[in-house]
Design a binder for this molecule. Structure first.
Ligand SMILES: C[S@@+](CC[C@H](N)C(=O)[O-])C[C@H]1O[C@@H](n2cnc3c(N)ncnc32)[C@H](O)[C@@H]1O
Length: 385
């Protein structure tokens, strides 16, 4: 639906992210112009208007969702929750033709199981429409037009509209992946945490499907992370302002810059290498990112580069994984003089076999897997522990 008048009223939003990426996301929000930024656990609260909500979805690299809280209330029990849901005027958020979906998260004894929270929420919405129109809107989990988020903390319930829909890690450029691909959001986070100056050549020695390389190139060229994405849930909202959205997209795309930056990677597995090539091509970055179907351990000297590596964690690896990590340590110590090396792994034991003293150790998660992101500054004479 097109709107004639620009709605510039401000409201609170919540951007969700992964553990450890909160300061990066807060910084991204600040750069983008958010107001009243407050860091929460795996989320950032902030204030902005509709245009900002569109811009945040399109431009934030380390957010996985942007929620717009629309109701906050206290409940005594499950029945009280249902009555509150029934009393909300759902007509102001969706039409009867919408297909909706609910994401629930309960941190409360009132609903010990989030699934029951979802069911009660659904009952409330359905009964609201049945009472008012004698008909009900359908649920669609695969392709919803409206996504609701309910978060119950003790007795406080927050109902939000999920403006993103699909998680924002789904950028739209990755056609396929290798084993254990990094989430695009985490990959962007790794590049940002590493403090890359966007000038030093960047190298990923075990690039898998190319996620780190693609995110790095997008950061260097200031390409909006969602430039390849086709849809966001807010585009189905009753108050969606298409003109404003087009303006935001245009103005963010105008900030893309040219760069002569060198971004390279190796991948030993031929099939995965081909996948990475396709992903890079699909992202439109094949003139910037150059990858080779090569063994990292055959690297010649890599001097003064910025290196990010996500080695296998060992689950399917035939050779001794401790030895594999030891060889990484030997290689970077001997051949990567003057380079800034960052390695992420969830194999918390094998990573010690690198035997170099990390200058930084950062705890992150890949899904449920606890990881360490370690930084090694390699100089002539770097000592093996
Ligand atoms: C954990 S995955 C990397 C996933 C990648 N970050 C992504 O997002 O798709 C590790 C990759 O290292 C590759 N690999 C293993 N040993 C290698 C070696 N010696 N040289 C180059 N690549 C290697 C594997 O084939 C695998 O694709």
């Amino acid at each position: 639906m097109k709107k004639n008048k620009l709605d510039t009223s401000n409201f609170v939003m919540i951007a969700k992210t992964y553990f450890g990426l909160e300061p990066l996301l807060a910084n991204e929000l600040k750069q983008l112009g958010a107001k009243n930024i407050k860091i929460l656990n795996r989320a950032i609260k902030f204030v902005g208007d509709n245009g900002f909500l569109y811009k945040a979805n399109y431009s934030l690299r380390t957010a996985i969702k942007i929620l717009k809280p629309v109701k906050v209330f206290k409940i005594k029990d499950q029945d009280d929750f249902y009555k509150n849901i029934l009393s909300i005027n759902w007509d102001s958020f969706m039409t009867i033709d919408d297909k909706f979906m609910i994401n629930s998260n309960s941190n409360s004894n009132i609903f010990k199981n989030s699934l029951f929270l979802t069911y009660k929420f659904k009952d409330g919405i359905v009964d609201f429409y049945k009472k008012k129109y004698g008909m009900r809107p359908d649920i669609n989990l695969a392709n919803p037009t409206i996504v609701f988020d309910v978060y119950l903390h003790e007795n406080t319930c927050t109902i939000s509209l999920d403006s993103s829909g699909d998680s924002l890690h789904k950028r739209g450029y990755r056609l396929n992946t290798g084993l254990a691909p990094l989430s695009e959001v985490l990959a962007a986070g790794l590049v940002l945490i590493s403090g890359w100056d966007k000038k030093k050549p960047l190298f990923d020695g075990m690039c898998g499907s190319g996620t780190v390389l693609i995110e790095a190139a997008m950061i260097a060229l200031n390409i909006p992370p969602q430039i390849n994405r086709k849809k966001f849930a807010f585009q189905n909202w009753i108050d969606f302002d298409e003109n404003l959205w087009n303006l935001i997209v245009k103005s963010q795309n105008n900030k893309i810059r040219k760069s002569e930056i060198e971004i390279t990677g190796y991948e030993i597995n031929n099939k995965i290498f081909e996948i990475a090539k396709k992903n890079i091509l699909n992202a439109g970055l094949n003139s910037i990112i150059k990858i080779s179907n090569k063994n990292f351990f055959n690297s010649s000297s890599i001097i003064k580069k910025h290196i990010i590596i996500n080695p296998p964690y060992g689950i399917r690896l035939k050779e001794n994984i401790d030895n594999f990590y030891k060889n990484i340590g030997d290689l970077i110590k001997n051949k990567f003089i003057g380079s800034d090396v960052w390695i992420i792994s969830s194999n918390l034991e094998s990573i010690k076999k690198i035997r170099l003293k990390p200058s930084k150790k950062i705890k992150l998660y890949q899904g449920k897997l606890e990881c360490r992101y370690l930084n090694y500054k390699i100089y002539k004479g770097s000592k093996i522990n």
